[in-house]
Design a protein around this ligand. Structure first.
Ligand SMILES: Cc1cc2nc3c(=O)[nH]c(=O)nc-3n(C[C@H](O)[C@H](O)[C@H](O)COP(=O)(O)OP(=O)(O)OC[C@H]3O[C@@H](n4cnc5c(N)ncnc54)[C@H](O)[C@@H]3O)c2cc1C
Length: 445
């Protein structure tokens, strides 16, 4: 492996005056694009600009770092299948030694039901996934769940199991992408990025550190993408939602280290083992979208991200998530998720989910009325009207697990190559509706 070029707050001597492609944002989306661009066109001179002092300074910091393959929309299922191939063959696909750094664990995802109605819904979902070709997903009746995972208790009525799912070290993944490229310059700590365009074409990027002339520019700045787009005079059709997670250094004795990631029933609190004795929890609840400014209405989505993220860390989040899990599992005070030891030494984080807004995700009924919906599809496409401007944005709650395929899709777009799979056309800006694309952790509609 040839060392990649990293510089922090680069001066004129280190500053590339020109590049074949500039990537704005050094999270999973930006670094995966660098990896895939160079693979598709060896020797391409890429400059990646990151405002932070290191890569991966956005939503991935708050993430649960999970991956799963049970997606009902074919474009998402294909994307995750391809990304998993990369995770499983990281030494060949990324760089020698990458497999060890990723610390991949494939212990599965277990979606639980606590009622007969919930069990029936999971059964229908698994039948649908099998019809889509995802025959590795399993419906487990209550008796099977109790036999395999007795520690989950008697309340569970059924489960959907994705045996290929798991988790990895997202920071290691970002750096594995970075280290796999040999012609990318990583320009860290670079502020005030502005896209420069003339005559309907991108001509480069201006920053506080200097200008880079380039014919191709990719916006991959996560929640900062709308602001970056505005520097080119475009308003990207994305919104953000604050989300939280927390890690505990302790987990109850019966919750084993080899447990799958548990996705509990609606409203879907989830938890998996973390490190030796800990656990990591998430819950996509609505209160955390509450703006911090007094008097403003509660909004589910924000068009403008607010910084710092700290303001969205609801101090009640860990205890409420644990209480919800304890209620669902029937744990009494002092037992299981209701054990107060969970509340000691918590690391609490927040980050933004970025998704398509109502102009980029809607279906139209027979009367011609548009119905916006919460799409899970990223935008991986050229921006119309400005030649050379591309987007890898709106990765919602799965931008780590989808990063390899997302990188390959946007690289194909930028280089004018055919898409790696025709189904990936569903990630274009103009694909405003795709069946089975809503839902997140809940069952797709
Ligand atoms: C609580 C939570 C849990 C999650 N759990 C999972 C999970 O289990 N699995 C999964 O796959 N995904 C998960 N996600 C989602 C995942 O973290 C995101 O989808 C992913 O990080 C998006 O990648 P990105 O590169 O688009 O954006 P980001 O990760 O936000 O990275 C954007 C980068 O661009 C930089 N940047 C921003 N503005 C500028 C600018 N103007 N100039 C230069 N650089 C800029 C930022 O500093 C950052 O480094 C979770 C997210 C949250 C918040």
């Amino acid at each position: 492996m040839t060392a990649s070029r990293f510089s922090s707050n680069p001066g004129p001597a280190e500053w590339p005056q020109t590049a074949d492609a500039v990537i704005i944002g050094g999270g999973p989306a930006g670094t995966a694009a660098a990896w895939a661009l160079e693979r598709a066109m060896p020797g391409l001179r890429i400059a990646l600009i990151e405002q932070g002092g290191q890569l991966g300074m956005g939503a991935s910091l708050g993430s649960l770092e999970n991956f799963r393959t049970c997606w009902a929309a074919p474009c998402l299922a294909r994307m995750m299948q391809r990304s998993l191939e990369v995770f499983q063959h990281a030494d060949e696909e990324l760089h020698p030694g990458a497999t060890a750094t990723l610390s991949r664990k494939q212990q599965g995802y277990l979606f639980l039901a606590f009622s007969e109605q919930g069990a029936a819904a999971l059964k229908r979902d698994v039948e649908h996934l099998h019809d889509c070709g995802l025959t590795h997903t399993e419906f487990l009746p209550g008796s099977e769940v109790h036999a395999r995972y007795p520690w989950l208790g008697e309340r569970v009525t059924a489960a959907k199991y994705d045996p290929h799912a798991g988790w990895l070290d997202s920071n290691a993944l970002i750096y594995a992408f970075a280290h796999s490229t040999q012609t990318t310059r990583f320009l860290l700590d670079v502020r005030d990025v502005r896209i420069v365009a003339a005559g309907g074409k991108v001509t480069g990027v201006a920053t506080a550190n200097g200008m880079i002339a380039a014919p191709l520019v990719l916006i991959a700045a996560g929640a900062g993408s709308r602001e970056v787009g505005r520097t080119a005079g475009v308003e990207l059709p994305i919104v953000v939602q604050p989300r939280q997670s927390f890690t505990t250094p302790w987990r109850h004795e019966t919750f084993p280290a080899d447990s799958p990631c548990i996705i509990s029933a609606a409203p879907f609190p989830h938890v998996r083992p973390e490190a030796r004795d800990g656990a990591i929890f998430g819950w996509e609840y609505r209160w955390n979208s509450r703006p911090s400014l007094p008097g403003e209405p509660v909004q589910e989505y924000l068009a403008e991200p607010r910084w710092p993220m700290e303001r969205f860390k609801d101090p009640r989040f860990p205890s409420v998530t644990l209480a919800l899990l304890a209620r669902q599992f029937g744990h009494r005070a002092g037992e299981g998720f209701a054990d107060p030891r969970y509340l000691r030494g918590i690391a609490h984080r927040a980050g933004y989910y970025v998704s398509r807004d109502h102009t980029a995700a809607y279906h139209t009924d027979s009367n011609g009325v548009r119905h916006p919906y919460h799409s899970q599809r990223a935008i991986l496409d050229a921006w119309p009207g400005i030649d050379g401007l591309y987007l890898s944005v709106a990765h919602v709650g799965h931008g780590i697990m989808s990063a390899p395929a997302a990188g390959e899709i946007i690289a194909a777009r930028m280089l004018g190559n055919p898409l790696p799979d025709p189904v990936y056309a569903d990630f274009s800006l103009s694909a405003t509706y795709v069946e089975h694309d809503a839902g997140g952790l809940s069952l797709p509609s």
